[in-house]
Design a protein around this ligand. Structure first.
Ligand code: BES
Ligand code: MN
Ligand code: ZN
Length: 492
């Protein structure tokens, strides 16, 4: 899809040439003007006022209305959506979703969007791209017959000439993030028999080739040589070969400490010998959502050409039961040298991540952020709106929370008090891999923390946010917007 700014025509919004005009009304008054982002020309103002007078629309936030062939308006379709005073981000997104939703089933290929009662900012432009692209994504890989979601090809944001530069930057940022989100969604949506560890490695290679990154893929032999005993234990019953993917974006100064992103890449989680119940087990194909977000974020970073060094680490394998599977009570030695009693084979994410977190030390990172669909407990704690954020560093936690707000991809900070660590005690190893039901998202984070003493670290538990269940089942591409904003801010 194509996104551009469009100079507000002298004659007002009624003169905009497009298949459809979407008016997002920010205030509680229609105002009057030329449609440069502050007011409405008399022709359109009269038409919208008539709808209000007829009781078909109010200017309360969250309303929308479609008008066809308004006399005196060049665009044959007009949609109105209201977002309340100030055009605050969440309301702006909802209004766009409603307004574009009214148009998406129709014939419009080119939609021009104008804000009434507020001047659009770069953040509005970025959000416009996010909403429009999210509405048009269709999964096709194993369902080529899926119909297109809409005919939309072009979206223009009407603005004053003076504002165009800032808004163009917002549109560009939005498009880079949207490309990353789309990649993450596509990887996550592909079923476990298509999106294997080998497929993730192929995606990483293709990303590297097309976007100027370096890639290295370690196989089982390499991982054995390194001594990643925890990762190997999870992978050992699968017929799909494991992969340990290392991606490098070297956009920063030579020798500058990189940010390392570590993504959980369980391409299917059966639970292993501690087998999961059958209901909804299909959704465990999404257990590589962390890995998908690392790929997507690196794609966005490369598209934006960020002046920053970023490394992506993806331990990828399946978690299967079977004759060769790791058993409850087995003790393994992680790359860090610490031993782990595997009390529950379904707590496998932390086992593959701990070895990747130790591997991250070699990059002398400025910060390490791991991203994982780690615990059902996090879904119970935070539901599906906010990701769980854990970090001992107030500064790093603050950066990530801010990035989440900027990207409309919010997180919520959770505690890491040492009292929670007690639950991981084992009589047979340095730690167990589970700490009981209480505070399950926190004890999982405490487990990971034992591998992160040598750098600044944060953990994102995206179990509730990486995908949707039900009739809209599918990957969300989260937290690519959060991570990309974090890296944009780091790049300065
Ligand atoms: N991938 C799951 C976490 C998960 C479960 C995410 C449901 C989203 C929805 C993870 O590997 C897992 O199985 N975690 C266990 C940990 C437990 C055994 C301590 C869980 O959450 O039940
Ligand atoms: Mn599991
Ligand atoms: Zn899992």
């Amino acid at each position: 899809m194509d996104f551009k700014t469009l100079d507000a025509p002298k004659g007002g919004l009624c003169a905009v040439v497009a298949d459809a005009l979407l008016l997002v009304v920010a205030g509680d008054k229609l105002g009057a003007g030329t449609g440069n982002g502050t007011g409405l020309d008399p022709t359109l103002a009269t038409a919208v006022q008539a709808a209000i007078d007829a009781g078909d629309l109010t200017l309360e936030p969250g309303q929308s209305l479609y008008l066809h062939r308004v006399a005196g308006v060049k665009a044959p379709r007009v949609a109105v959506a209201t977002c309340g005073d100030g055009a605050r981000p969440a309301a702006w997104r909802k209004a766009l979703a409603a307004g574009l939703g009214l148009l998406k089933g129709g014939g419009a290929k080119h939609v021009a969007v104008a804000v009434i009662g507020a001047a659009p900012t770069d953040a509005h432009a970025e959000a416009l791209v996010a909403v429009a692209t999210e509405q048009t994504y269709v999964y096709r890989h194993t369902k080529p017959s899926a119909p297109p979601a809409s005919k939309l090809e072009r979206v223009s944001l009407v603005c004053d000439k003076a504002a165009a530069r800032a808004l163009d930057a917002g549109l560009a940022r939005g498009q880079a993030i949207a490309a990353g989100v789309a990649l993450a969604r596509e990887c996550a949506n592909r079923p476990g028999n298509h999106c294997t560890p080998t497929h993730l490695a192929a995606e990483a290679r293709s990303l590297a080739r097309h976007h100027g990154l370096k890639v290295e893929v370690l196989d089982r032999k390499d991982v054995e040589k390194l001594g990643m005993g925890a990762f190997l234990a999870v992978a050992q019953a699968s017929h799909q070969p494991l992969k340990f993917i290392v991606l490098r974006w070297m956009g920063g100064a030579k020798g500058a400490a990189p940010v390392v992103l570590v993504g959980k890449g369980i391409t299917f989680d059966t639970g292993g010998v501690s087998l999961k119940p059958a209901a909804e087990m299909d959704e465990m194909k999404f257990d590589m959502g962390g890995a998908a977000s690392v790929l997507g974020t690196l794609r966005a970073v490369a598209e934006l050409g960020l002046k920053l060094n970023v490394i992506g680490l993806i331990p990828a394998c399946e978690n299967m039961p079977g004759g060769a599977a790791v058993k409850p009570g087995d003790v393994v030695t992680s790359l860090s040298g610490q031993s782990i009693e595997i009390l529950n084979t379904d707590a496998e994410g932390r086992l593959i991540l701990c070895d990747a977190l130790t591997y991250a030390e070699r990059f002398k990172p400025a910060a390490v952020v791991d991203i994982a669909t780690l615990t059902g407990a996090c879904v119970i704690a935070l539901g599906h709106h906010r990701s769980g954020l854990f970090s001992p560093s107030d500064a790093l936690a603050g950066e990530l929370l801010t990035a989440g707000e900027r990207g409309a991809d919010p997180a919520w900070r959770m505690p890491l008090d040492e009292e929670y660590d007690e639950a991981l005690k084992s009589n047979f190893a340095d730690m167990g891999n589970v700490g009981g039901r209480a505070g399950g998202a926190i004890t999982a984070a405490k487990f990971l923390q034992r591998y992160t003493a040598r750098y600044d670290w944060a953990h994102l538990d995206i179990a509730g946010t990486a995908w949707k269940s039900g009739k809209d089942k599918g990957g969300t591409g989260r937290p690519v917007p959060l991570l990309t904003h974090f890296l944009i801010a780091r790049a300065g």
